[in-house]
Structure formats: C-alpha cells, structure tokens
Design a protein around this ligand. Structure first.
Ligand SMILES: [Zn+2]
Length: 187
C-alpha cells in the first residue's frame, strides 16, 4: 500500500534513545519519482519495501527487514547529549558491501539505516529500518510495505512466509503455549 497523499512526519531511533530521527515527508505533489521505475506507474519517494537481500537480512538481524527508503533531504538525525552511561551516544557506520554503509547506535547497537553511493540520477537516500520507527507511527495503515525488493536473492521459506503466511501453525497470545488464538478471516 503506497504512502498516503498527505504530508507525514515519521519519528524513530535506536533502543536506548541516544539516536533520534525524523523524516518529514511532504505531500504527494512534492515527492520526486524514483528513477528506475515504470514511466506509466511512477513510484514516489519515499516508499516502503520488504527487502530480501542477504546483506539487509544479516545486518538488521531480521528475517525480512522492511525499509523506509527516503531521500536524505527529508531526514533529520539527532543525538542526545552524553549522560552518565559508559558509552557516549554516537551514530557509527561500517561498510557492509560495495558502496553501502550501515548506521547503528554505538551505545545499544541497533541498526537504524543504511546509505549508499547511488546510481546516476538517484537522490542520496537513507534506507531506514522500519523496526526502528516509533510504535505509534507503525500502528495503523500509514506505513505498510508496498513492494518486495531483491526477490531473486531471497530464501524460499521466508518468501513463502511473506506471501502466504504459515496459517496451519498454532498461534499463541504470548510466550506460553497453553492458549491458542483462532484467526477470524474476512468473509
Ligand atoms: Zn542507542
């Protein structure tokens, strides 16, 4: 589901609170189209994708990371002042693959985003892990992934999980296996 047409702010950060970011997404009319998308079906930036590539799976530690891929001009990142914590808050990066850097909090280790040398014609981008977005922004339907990226590099059963779910598995409301949830399906 594409982002809504209205302007939208999205906030998030790392787990310890040292790194905070805000993405100021303008109304649809002000969003640039992503290069390398069909001319008759433009994809405005930012967009949200499930990413099946091996690098993003490993660096996020998530089976299937979802990314908010935003032009860096829309993104504002801040650090809280150093406190009594043993490690001063800092956003650090390392190069995970050819021309891509992974940004993480040096205090709590959360992978927040990645940047890359982009192909000609692309704006500079910040690919933000959707899991680092604050819960109130993830609730509702504003930030639902709209497409799968790097499908050809994915793991078969993760792709099955993402497209069909595992509807025959028992579902438990919490960590105990004593209760199960019965799914109600529309229709
Ligand atoms: Zn942190």
């Amino acid at each position: 589901m594409p982002l809504h047409d209205e302007a939208l702010n999205v906030e998030g950060g790392c787990n310890c609170g040292a790194v905070h970011y805000k993405v100021a997404i303008p109304a649809l009319a002000q969003r640039l189209p992503r290069p390398l998308a069909p001319a008759d079906a433009p994809v405005p930036l930012p967009f949200i994708a499930l990413d099946h590539c091996n690098d993003c799976r490993r660096t996020t530690g998530s089976l299937l990371p979802a990314l908010l891929c935003a032009p860096i001009d829309m993104c504002f990142v801040s650090l809280v002042a150093a406190s009594s914590a043993t490690l001063a808050p800092k956003a650090s990066a390392y190069k995970s693959s050819h021309e891509r850097w992974r940004w993480f909090c040096s205090r709590c280790g959360i992978n927040i985003a990645s940047t890359a040398v982009m192909p000609a014609g692309f704006p500079s981008m910040l690919d933000i892990t959707l899991g680092s977005v604050r819960r109130e922004y993830v609730d509702g339907e504003a930030l639902v992934p709209e497409r799968h990226l790097w499908w050809d590099y994915g793991v078969d059963w993760i792709q099955r999980l993402a497209t069909e779910g595992y509807v025959t598995l028992p579902i438990h409301p919490d960590y105990r296996l004593t209760d199960t949830v019965t799914l109600r399906r529309p229709g």
